[in-house]
Write a protein that binds this ligand. Sequence first.
Ligand SMILES: N[C@@H](CCC(=O)N[C@@H](CS)C(=O)NCC(=O)O)C(=O)O
Length: 209
Amino acid sequence: MLPSWTENQELRSMSEKPRLIYFNGRGRMESVRWLLAAARVEFEEIFLDTREQYVKLIKDGSLMFQQVPLVEIDGMKMVQTRAILSYIAGKYNLYGKDLKERAFIDMYVEGITDLMHMILMFPFSPPEAKEKNLALITERATHRYFPVFEKALKQHGQDFLVGNQVSWADIQLMEVILAVEEKTPAVLLAFPQLQVTRDLDTVLQYCFH
Ligand SMILES: N[C@@H](CCC(=O)N[C@@H](CS)C(=O)NCC(=O)O)C(=O)O
């Protein structure tokens, strides 16, 4: 007899490709896709198209908090985006060389996540709040978040934020820069360092050398 879907999950071994289970959209899974791509890890995706598929995962006990993203990796069923990302960053040497570098990566990533959260929530804004919320994203990017990264890159004198190699923070930064630019195309005009980072070649050459 063929194993059930749940049993089948348990049979997946450490050597198999990570499997990403989420809705067919960027959302909270997009950073996981970016980070795995930066680490040159191939992955599989399952898109949840129906509520039944999602409810089945809950009934199977696959979703610790009844929420996705779910990532099956190294024999684990991981939920909570931050936990998933930090596992991948740690595993693939994208999480600094010591605790202090890690602390800076964490601070940068948390700041980026706060900005990204505003972008994720934007489509759910009621029509009358859209303009105001878009203006707030641009204002926060321009005055609170991007200046921090512009200064850090300038002072550091490297193409990456922490230490002397690419990290999780650089990958998340690229993702958020592109996401804000998608909404406000001229947003990088006052940030020359970030324009360099946005140029995929600059950071990704460290990932794909
Ligand atoms: N803290 C969680 C939040 C996950 C979350 O809110 N997921 C949404 C989809 S993006 C969800 O599953 N919502 C269903 C629910 O909360 O019942 C994470 O970062 O992964």
